[in-house]
Design a protein around this ligand. Structure first.
Ligand code: F6R
Length: 609
């Protein structure tokens, strides 16, 4: 995973790199490091923990030079220590790496036999040693890098410097994302565009198997095999979003409160009320084409996978087309059954999740049509899709996804209308009703946010719990999964989500006087059944906490405590229940004194398999 930055130009490199690293911290914050080249000397500073530690280190021990590289790490191989932090140096060669080198053990053994001493537990360190080794016989720095890359298996986006050729910077990519910003004779290399867009809008997108060599104010592009190529830059016309807390104590709470506006944004300009239909700017599919698909297959990870599960309920019910929902990391390795008649929908906030991107490529290789649902504009997933539905949730900084998820739900609701109208399974009246229900949603989210004091009381009451269960039926089953994931991620309380009817097939054995069972009981067609499932918990002495719909005073009476959530119809109430569960997890975490924006062991974007 991790984020990388490189700079060559006329400015002091360190501030440019530190700014880029700050923008990339969402990709990992276990450690960070920087190297600038100053008169043939590699000045390296590395520190464990968040970027702020590195900032302090540089303040105390400044570095200079107009060429440099930087790295922010999410640990894969080796703990979050200084020794494992990038850049890694061997001889004259200094490297930062994003990705995983799968044959690193074999390479390490071979290089150790040749006298190399390794000081870290990382896979990445072999890259610096390998280039250093190749440099002994290669005619140039470039040739050393090129021959070394041929021995690497796995994924990489990397930047390399050498003290022996201190005016050159080399970047290469295979499997991990990389963009290059160009401004006159200045070059900015990064894992994504937002990290460097404040410097330039002229960007070159690097493809797999490509290399860039920066020297003497110029750049030369080639394939790793040495064939020179021409790459055109493109002008990026969207503006970077600002990361501001707007008076909130942290980004997560701000982003939870952003949701009324985020939902307005995902809807904006897309509703055709008169036609009971929806318009997408870049779906790129006619009604006939939409009708030609035999199946829909959604691929995603984590929270986005929960959105996909909710989407299955919506699309199958209203569009009468089979929908499979796949965990992206499983999908790609089992020769999935997709064809030109399958509409594949990768869902991703970041658009950079390695597993989802790989699943997209797998589906594409089998001629599936790809329409992604994504938040980050121009990220890898939408770039490689045939069509895209942007969720326009705005910048999401909090590692635990909140507004990205609810906007994914709304995007799927919109897609359901479009698909249903194209297939004729949603008629004009039904389309108009579904659209009308949406217009109330932002205000109902606001009302749900006002429940925060009551939700805080619930969190206080169950604060000492080690485990929790979330139950839901129908579309609230994926919402239960999401509620459990949010609680786990930021409060470190173990939690599981189950379909309420599945509890009796095993998990009910866990019920005792200690563990809260959060029951999602909206006033929909499943309510009677959910109430029975709640009774099964209560009769075994369990602690049932009922999340019900406004107006339903009956269900909560039997529970230990309850919360009344506004009603937005069966499909869209799932959004409101989500908001309540986000606040629940948030309050648990804050009361326990946890860092909600950067929980331990996590990163915002998972760019390794
Ligand atoms: C949980 C969370 C993760 C992401 C997952 C996929 O709060 O944020 O589970 O949902 O890593 O990320 P994207 O959506 O960027 O592909």
């Amino acid at each position: 995973m991790c984020g990388i930055i490189g700079y060559m130009g006329s400015q002091a490199a360190a501030p440019v790199i530190m700014h880029g690293l700050k923008m990339l911290e969402y990709r990992g914050y276990d450690s960070a490091g920087i190297c600038t080249m100053d008169d043939g000397t590699a000045e390296i500073r590395r520190s464990a923990g968040k970027l702020a530690h590195l900032e302090r280190l540089i303040k105390d021990n400044p570095i200079s030079g107009t060429i440099g590289i930087g790295h922010t790490r999410w640990a894969t191989h080796g703990k979050a220590t200084v020794a494992n932090a990038h850049p890694h140096k061997s001889g004259s060669v200094v490297v930062v790496h994003n990705g995983i080198i799968e044959n690193y053990l074999a390479l390490k053994e071979e290089l150790s036999d040749r006298g190399h001493t390794f000081v870290s537990e990382t896979d990445s360190e072999v890259i610096s040693h390998l280039i250093d080794e190749k440099y002994k016989t290669a005619g140039s720095f470039e040739e050393a890098v090129r021959t070394a890359l041929k021995d690497l298996q796995g994924a990489y986006a990397l930047c390399v410097l050498s003290q022996k050729d201190d005016k050159t910077l080399i970047a290469a990519k295979l499997g991990s994302p990389m963009v290059i910003g160009i401004k006159g004779n200045e070059y900015f290399i990064a894992s994504d565009m937002p990290a460097i867009i404040s410097n330039t809008r002229e960007m070159v997108i690097m493809e797999d198997g490509e290399m860039a060599v920066f020297r003497d104010g110029g750049v030369k592009f080639s394939t790793i095999d040495g064939e020179e190529i021409t790459k055109n830059s493109r002008f990026i016309d969207w503006s970077p979003l600002k990361a501001e807390k707007n008076g909130y104590p942290n980004f997560m709470l701000k982003e939870i409160h952003d949701q009324p506006q985020a939902v307005r944004n995902v809807i904006a300009g897309r509703l055709r009320e008169d036609e009971g239909d929806v318009f997408f700017e870049a779906l790129n599919l006619s009604d006939t084409e939409l009708n030609s698909f035999e199946r829909v297959c959604m691929v995603a990870c984590g929270t986005s996978w929960h959105a996909a599960l909710a989407g299955k309920y919506l699309i199958e019910e209203h569009c009468r087309i089979p929908v499979d929902v796949e965990i992206a990391s499983e999908f790609r390795y089992r020769d999935p059954l997709v064809s030109g008649k399958t509409l594949v929908i990768p869902i991703s906030q970041s658009g950079e999740t390695a597993d989802t991107l790989a699943a997209l490529r797998e589906a594409k290789s089998k001629y599936a049509h790809i329409v992604s649902i994504c938040n980050v504009i121009d990220s890898s997933i939408p770039r490689e899709s045939d069509g895209v539905i942007y969720t326009h949730a705005g910048l999401e900084i909090g590692v635990a996804s909140t507004k990205a998820f609810t906007t994914q739900l709304v995007a799927l609701y919109l897609l359901t209308i479009r698909l249903g109208r194209a297939k004729g399974s949603i008629d004009l009246k039904k389309g108009q009703e579904m659209i009308a229900a949406l217009s109330e949603l932002p205000d109902l989210i606001k009302k749900t946010l006002e429940l925060d004091p009551q939700i805080e009381e619930i969190a206080c009451e169950y604060l000492t719990s080690w485990d929790a269960i979330f139950l839901g039926r129908g579309i609230c089953y994926p919402i239960a999964l999401e509620g459990a994931l949010k609680l786990k991620e930021i409060s470190y309380i173990h939690a599981d989500g189950y379909p309420a009817g599945e509890m009796k097939h095993g998990p009910i054995a866990l019920v005792d006087r200690e563990m809260p069972v959060f029951i999602l009981a909206p006033n929909d067609r499943h309510l009677v059944k959910v109430r029975s499932n709640m009774e099964e918990i209560i009769s075994r002495g369990g602690k049932a906490i009922a999340f019900c719909s406004e107006g339903d005073l009956e269900t909560g009476r039997r529970a230990e405590c309850s919360l009344l959530i506004p009603w937005a119809g069966e499909a869209l109430s799932s959004v409101l229940f989500t908001v309540a569960l986000q606040l629940l997890a948030y309050n648990f975490a804050i009361l326990k004194g946890k860092d909600v924006d950067q929980p331990r062991n996590l990163a915002k974007s998972v760019t390794v398999e």
